[in-house]
Design a protein around this ligand. Structure first.
Ligand code: ZN
Length: 66
């Protein structure tokens, strides 16, 4: 069990392969989360959190490639 966090809770942002490469803040990010753009290395684990705003990005496993 982990200790409860006092930080804000952030939604998990699901992205698809067509959204790669993923940058944060993305086009749908709220203004308050604006920060220097960083590349989210989501391909490695399928999920990654932004070091700036702690937004969690998850790669959808849909295979929608054409
Ligand atoms: Zn961010």
């Amino acid at each position: 069990m982990s200790a409860p966090q006092n930080q804000k809770q952030f939604e998990t942002i699901t992205v698809t392969a067509s959204d790669l490469p993923v940058y944060c803040p993305g086009p749908n990010s709220p203004l308050w989360s604006m920060h220097p753009r960083v590349y989210i290395e989501i391909e490695k684990n399928g999920t990654a959190s932004c070091p700036y705003c702690s937004a969690t990005y998850q790669l959808a496993t849909h295979s929608n490639a054409e």
